[in-house]
Structures are given as C-alpha cells and as structure tokens.
Design a protein around this ligand. Structure first.
Ligand SMILES: Nc1ncnc2c1ncn2[C@@H]1O[C@H](COP(=O)(O)OP(=O)(O)OP(=O)(O)O)[C@@H](O)[C@H]1O
Ligand SMILES: [Mg+2]
Ligand SMILES: [Zn+2]
Length: 506
C-alpha cells in the first residue's frame, strides 16, 4: 500500500466541510510535500506530525511523501487536520490497515510528544460530518463531550496518537465520551431583585417581547446594570437550530463549558468599554475567534457605560447591527460569523455621572449633549426602546417586599407575546416584531387606523420624530399589543410605545 485517504472536517465560518486527507508515498528522495494548506500552517503541521509519529514509537517512512488536502479550493486553517494527516501517512506507508478508518472523520491537533490536543470548533465539525452522512468520528478526549451533542453520530475519543494506532492496528478500544451530565446550570440573576422602576421594567419586558434594542439612561445606582443583566432571564429558550448555532460559535471560540451540552439559554455578553475591537467583533490568526457580538448571537449584547466606548469600537458594531453578521477580513479571504444580537446600552446622561439636577454638576449643556451625542449616529438611531430611569426612592427600595414579580412570571408573558408575533409574521419570514420592515407595517392589512396614530403623525409633522422613529414606535406598539393579548395595537398601545421611544414616563 502506498496510498491512503482519511476524512477530516474544515470550517468556513460556522459551516463545516468534509476534507479528504490523501497521502501518497513513492520511492525517491525522502521529502514531505504538503499541499492544500496555507503556507505557515503547512510547515507547522508537517513538523508536528513528524515529531508525533516518531515520538509515538512509529517508523517514519523514508520515502517521497505527498500529502494533499482536498478540496484544494476550500480555505483551511487551524490545526485539526494533524491527526488525520498522521493516520493517512501511516496507512499509506503500510504501517496501518486502512479499513478501520473507512468513513470515519478524524479530528485533532498533535503535540510533538504524540499527545492529541483539543481543537476549537469540534461541535460544528462533527455536525457537518453528520450532515455529510458520516456517522463515526474520532475526536480529542477534551472535545468528546461537545462532539457527543450531535445526534446520530458515534463519538470515540483519543488522548494520544498511540491510542489511535493501537485501535487501527490491533482493534484496541478507543475512549468513550464522558457520560452522566451534571444538573443544568444555575439560573442567572432574577428580576425579583429589582425594586421599583416600574417604567423601566415594563420597557425591558416590551423589548424582550419584540426583540427590540433597548437604551437605559439615568443616574448612577438606579438599577440600569441590574435590569440589563436580567434581560436573558425573561427571553424564551433557544430552539434546536438556534441552540446548535450558538453552541457552535462558542465551540469555535473555545469557550464551551466542559460538560458538553447545547447552550439553550440566550447568551449574554457584556464586553468592557476598554475591550479591543478584535474581542468585540472577532479576529485573530488561524481559525478566527468569534468576538462578543457573535458570542451574543441570538442573545443579548450589553454595552454598559456606552459613551465610554471608543468611536472605533462603536463604528465596528455598526455592520453587525445592520446585517446580523460580521465579516472578518484578513489577508486570505474573509470569515463570516453570525451576529444577530439584541443590543442593550446603559448610559449616564452626564459625563460626571451625577444624577440629573444635582447641584454639584458643573457640566455645560454642550458637554452633556456631546457625551450622549457620541452614541447618536451609530447606535441610538437603531434603538427602538429608550427610557430614562429616575433615582430609586427609599420607599421603593424598602417597600419592595414580596410583591415584586419574578423573571419566570414575566418570561411567561414574553413567551406568549413572541408566539403571537411569530404566527402573525410567519408568511413574511420574520420571528419578532423588531425584524419587520417599516413599510410592511404601514401597508394594509397591518396599517393602523389614522385615529390611533394621530399624535404620532403630529410628532412626525413637527419634526419631533423622524420617519424612522415613526416606524419604530409602531413596531413597539405591536409588541405591547402582543404582551397584553390584543390582536392589533390600539391608541393606548401607540401612546405607550411613544413614551417608550421618547424617554421617560409622561
Ligand atoms: N431598582 C433597584 N432595586 C434594588 N436594588 C437596586 C436598584 N437599583 C440599584 N440597586 C442597588 O444598587 C446597586 C447598583 O445598581 P446598578 O449597578 O444596577 O446601577 P446603575 O444604574 O447601573 O448605576 P451606574 O450608572 O453607576 O452604573 C445594585 O447592585 C443594587 O444593590
Ligand atoms: Mg451600571
Ligand atoms: Zn455633570
């Protein structure tokens, strides 16, 4: 035998593609020609594979070796091909029989000592193998739990190249993925902790119901951060497709918890305002790491103290907020990751962070406008729900007692509202009110009666509200109607939506 082929998987964005690793050994000067990989990765893979084979006690074939990764046109990166390359090489040189790895996808990075190291992105790789009709995979032991999440695939794990060799040559058993999953992760913070702030709580619920972006403005200590952190607790669980997508992104980032379970809760990401642009939107060499905006995909991206973010950071978020995806450009083509987030921003109205009306505030009106103005272009314009919190009174804090609603109660209403919206917009392919284009809402049969939008049209005519703002208010009115179980918004819903857009309680 002087030719062998072993299957592996390459990732393009979150999508995996089967890769055939071919090894051909011919008589001649002992060399290794590797093709189908970018230059730098190619050299590193060659060195790792050679050292791992030798240090696993295997014979290195002193022949002219050609290793080829197909399809050649598929961009490949990362180190997950090592194990398949080693297996193909040993099979091609006649050291190993081929049959045991027939129609098995083999994934893993090799250490110089022959250890098999975990790689990022195993979950979407295994899912791709399954889609391509491959039902058996061999993965690094540390990735076995996440691989086992994919239904219909038999997962076996290895910790060393030696273990793979013993299996292929002698039928020695591979390792089983860890079983017995620990109990579900503890729930996050609960809305029952938040006293008062009825208006802001309502805004949070409406935002959750319609998937609207949300701005929480107000003085320090009013509960902006508390409220934002509790948004995921009132959002519905992810459906199967979304859970797989979200878990795949966290797998590619190497951030999956070790218990290997699908992430079912909407994610929450709160990058600090000093975070680098790469950590916000993604990047890095090799397999690009998803940034916060992709790790928050189908969940919440929270920008606390939003005016403190650099202009560059806010600019970088513009594209994903518009398109729901982020294109990471680099020298060799780009990687695209999903990034459909619900944005929540929190801000003090004043750069000194004192409550409005505080006599010790010496900020000029211009300084204040500038401070929030940093947000206006890129961000505030796309935020449907914008509310200002008042400082908490002592009475509110003390009287809260047991009367405060828990997240579970609110989540129930949000779930019903979302189901109503999803059913209504199913024909258009939208799931939540925030996704419905403005013109669609202004046309029959969804257009609201003139009587119900009278106030709103006056705001538009006097220039208080932009056309875009008009559409946003209508969209929020639908979410309010959905929450309160009405078929369509009435004039009261439009009025409430107007308040939720223009700031504070009237
Ligand atoms: N509505 C509230 N109910 C209960 N506790 C609250 C409330 N608001 C604030 N607190 C208390 O004050 C602390 C600070 O609240 P939080 O961080 O949410 O305020 P903030 O509005 O984000 O302030 P800052 O502008 O300084 O970031 C909380 O940890 C909590 O202990
Ligand atoms: Mg805060
Ligand atoms: Zn000030």
């Amino acid at each position: 035998m002087s030719y062998a082929k072993v299957l592996c998987v390459g990732l393009v964005g979150v999508t995996g593609h089967l890769v055939e690793v071919e090894a051909d050994l011919a008589p001649g000067l002992p060399t290794v020609v590797l093709s189908g990989l970018p230059d730098t990765a190619l050299n590193e893979a060659r060195d790792r594979v050679r050292a791992a084979i030798v240090n696993s006690g295997q014979r290195w074939p002193n022949r002219r070796i050609t290793v080829n990764l197909l399809p050649a046109t598929l961009p490949k990166c990362g180190s997950a091909f090592d194990l398949a390359i080693a297996a193909a090489l040993l099979a091609g040189s006649g050291e190993l029989p081929l049959a045991p790895l027939d129609r098995v996808a083999v994934l893993g990075e090799l250490g110089l000592d022959g250890a098999v190291r975990p790689v990022r992105g195993v979950l979407p790789m295994v899912a791709a193998a399954a889609r391509a009709g491959i039902s058996r995979v061999v993965v690094p032991l540390d990735n076995a739990a996440e691989a086992a999440v994919v239904p219909g695939v038999r997962v076996r794990a290895v910790d060393t190249l030696h273990r793979l060799v013993a299996f292929v040559r002698d039928g020695a058993p591979l390792l089983e993925p860890p079983s017995g999953q620990p109990p579900a992760a503890c729930p996050g913070p609960d809305l029952a902790d938040v006293a008062g702030q009825g208006f802001a709580r309502r805004a949070l619920e409406v935002a959750a119901a319609g998937g609207h972006h949300l701005a929480l403005l107000g003085p320090p200590g009013a509960g902006k951060t508390m409220l934002a952190e509790r948004l995921p607790s009132i959002l519905p669980e992810l459906d199967d497709a979304a859970a797989l997508e979200v878990t795949a992104l966290h797998s590619i980032a190497g951030l999956l918890p070790p218990d290997g379970r699908l992430l079912r809760r909407p994610p929450f990401q709160a990058p600090h305002h000093t975070a680098t642009i790469a950590s916000l939107v993604g990047g890095g060499t090799g397999l690009a790491r998803p940034g916060a905006v992709s790790l928050a995909h189908r969940g919440v991206l929270f920008l606390d103290e939003a005016p403190e973010y650099t202009r560059g950071a806010l600019e970088a978020l513009r594209q994903p907020l518009e398109s729901g995806r982020i294109l990471l450009t680099r020298s060799r083509g780009g990687t695209e990751y999903p990034a459909r987030v619900q944005l929540v921003i929190a801000a003090n109205p004043c750069p000194c962070a004192k409550p409005s009306g505080d006599i010790s505030c010496e900020c000029t009106p211009l300084a204040r406008r500038r401070y929030l103005g940093r947000l206006s272009g890129p961000l505030l314009d796309r935020i449907d729900v914008q509310v200002t919190l008042n400082p908490l009174t002592a009475a509110e804090l003390m009287d809260a007692g047991l009367t405060i609603e828990s997240s579970a109660r609110v989540a129930e209403r949000v779930g019903k509202a979302r189901a109503a919206a999803a059913a209504r917009w199913a024909a258009g392919g939208w799931r939540i009110n925030a996704e419905v284009p403005g013109p669609h809402l202004r046309r029959p049969p969804w257009r609201l009666p003139a009587d119900d939008t009278r106030t709103l049209r006056r705001l538009l005519d006097t220039g208080t509200l932009s056309a875009r703002g008009f559409d946003r208010v209508i969209r929020v009115a639908w979410s309010i109607a959905d929450l309160d179980g009405r078929d369509r918004p009435d004039v009261g819903d439009v009025d409430e939506a107007t308040q939720l857009r223009t700031g504070s309680m009237a």
